[in-house]
Design a protein. Structure first.
Length: 141
């Protein structure tokens, strides 16, 4: 991780393709005991982040593939809640993938990895990057 002054951070990529520095030096909270109801885990620290029962559908789908203006492709899964994720950044509608919704970053509460984005509009939901989360069925066996 590169230091700039006294700030430790990491570049996170928003749907717009704009990179922002987000603080990652210290997790927002001490990792909690594993919640057995969480089915999806952070790929980096294996902290529980979301529940399969919280998957939601928009336009008849719960999974989407988008490209940001710079051409980066993101495969995201939608969740009504992400207890293991925290918000970072100021919500913006710039280049949003969901019209009427502003986005900000969703970071792992355990290690600070960008898991995806929170969307706020008429309600709130999380779009988590598929390659940044792992389903319990894939690693518990």
């Amino acid at each position: 991780m590169e230091k700039t002054g006294t700030f430790e951070g990491d570049l996170q990529m928003g749907p717009s393709g704009t990179a922002q520095v987000v603080e990652l030096g210290v997790p927002a909270e001490k990792p909690a005991e594993t919640d057995a109801s969480l089915d999806w885990y952070c790929i980096r620290c294996l902290r529980g982040v979301a529940r399969d029962r919280d998957r939601i559908f928009r336009e008849g789908k719960s999974e989407f593939v988008f490209r940001n203006p710079e051409g980066h492709k993101f495969h995201i899964l939608l969740f009504a809640d992400c207890p293991g994720g925290r918000t970072a950044g100021i919500p913006t509608t710039l280049h949003t993938w969901f019209p009427g919704y502003a986005w900000c970053y969703c970071l792992c509460r355990g290690c600070g990895l960008q898991l995806g984005w929170w969307y706020e509009g008429e309600g709130r939901f999380a779009g988590l990057i598929r390659s940044r989360i792992v389903n319990a069925a894939q690693w518990r066996n």
